[in-house]
Design a protein around this ligand. Structure first.
Ligand code: TXA
Ligand code: MG
Length: 319
């Protein structure tokens, strides 16, 4: 295994902390997907990160913290934000909040916006590193911009090889899809990116209403550029809602309904379990992409609950 790959350990936390202090890039597991961590106050580190990912500079990063009090150094929490954060953090939820003038977050890491996306990840390794680093950490998903996200350490190596300073291997991500992003800087509050956590759950547990952003209130630029582009896309063309694959296709199946003998194929969840499918989605897309078949065709996925988020990712991958 190459030198930039370490299993999770106390020593890995120390090395990662030192690396971050010295402007290096470290891939760390979160419960959703692997991130590439960088010091958001270090302009050179941020530039390196954007170059590594080939990420457009107008696409801001999510800032990861270990507590509401750490976040309060650079964003304002209104009463609703506090209620939601206390209920759902640590967890797969990112809040967009108004920025406070500060010297922890360089303008470049947030594309010069006056809002900041922030979350507490539910990941021991990530939280240990934030604690040891003592400051917030910026981390986009660990994939080339536009390509499939990474849900295990090998995916990160497949994407960046030796170009990344360190990858800490903490196994497979428990959830497999990115955090839900909620914009609390406008009324009505809006979901900017569907994710693992759904707004019904937030409403049921806090009474706070959040709307799903539709075409009318989707911002072209730069509030959530991630939501308008082709994204999560394999190099192989991807087609959705296909029950009968053709020769030369790689087939992504779900449940027992459309069992067939097609080869190659992978089944997201034989039991038709959407959580299992979410956890497998990016891994299976990466595996099928490696086969370089004519197309990757995906069977219909039920458009309810987590299926909505899975279909949103697949739809953007198919553009
Ligand atoms: O689950 C996750 O959120 C993962 C893990 C690593 O935490 N991170 C992640 O980061 O998905 P990334 O960079 O792949 O996606 C961040 C998204 C982008 O679509 C970006 O446009 C949006 O967050 N974003 C960041 N700051 C924003 C802001 N101030 N306003 C609106 N959208 C923002
Ligand atoms: Mg991403």
């Amino acid at each position: 295994m190459s030198k930039n790959f370490l299993k999770e350990s106390n020593n890995a936390v120390k090395i990662a902390t030192n690396y971050l202090k010295n402007g290096k890039l470290v891939s760390i597991k979160t419960e959703t997907v692997y991130g590439i961590a960088c010091n958001p106050s270090d302009i050179n580190a941020i530039k390196k990160l954007y170059e590594l990912k080939n990420r457009p500079v107008f696409n801001p990063l999510i800032i990861h913290v270990d507590s509401i009090s750490m976040a309060s150094n650079f964003v304002v929490f209104n009463e609703d934000a506090k209620r939601i954060a206390k209920k759902f953090w640590p967890g797969p939820l990112t809040l967009i909040l108004p920025k406070i003038k500060n010297n922890l977050i360089n303008e470049f890491s947030i594309s010069g916006l006056n809002t900041i996306a922030v979350r507490i990840p539910d990941s021991k390794i990530f939280l240990d590193i934030i604690k040891s680093f003592g400051n917030p950490i910026a981390a986009p998903s660990a994939n080339e911009s536009g390509y499939i996200s990474s849900t295990n350490a090998q995916h990160v190596i497949d994407s960046f090889g030796k170009k990344i300073d360190l990858v800490i291997d903490s196994g497979k991500c428990e959830l497999g899809l990115e955090s839900t992003i909620i914009d609390l800087c406008i009324k009505p509050y809006l979901v900017r990116r569907l994710g693992i956590l759904n707004v019904e759950k937030i409403f049921n547990e806090t009474g706070i209403n959040i709307k799903i952003a539709d075409k009318k209130n989707k911002l072209k630029k730069p509030n959530s550029p991630g939501q308008i582009e082709k994204h999560y896309a394999p190099r192989t063309p991807l087609m959705m809602n296909i029950k009968k694959p053709e020769q030369g296709d790689a087939f992504l199946n779900f449940g027992k309904d459309c069992i067939n003998n097609h080869k190659p194929s992978l089944n997201l969840s034989m039991d038709g379990n959407l959580e299992e499918a979410a956890q497998n989605l990016f891994d299976f897309l990466r595996r099928l992409d490696k086969l370089s078949m004519n197309r990757i065709v995906v069977t219909p996925i039920p458009d309810q609950g987590l299926g909505k988020t899975i279909n949103e990712r697949l739809n953007r991958a198919s553009l």
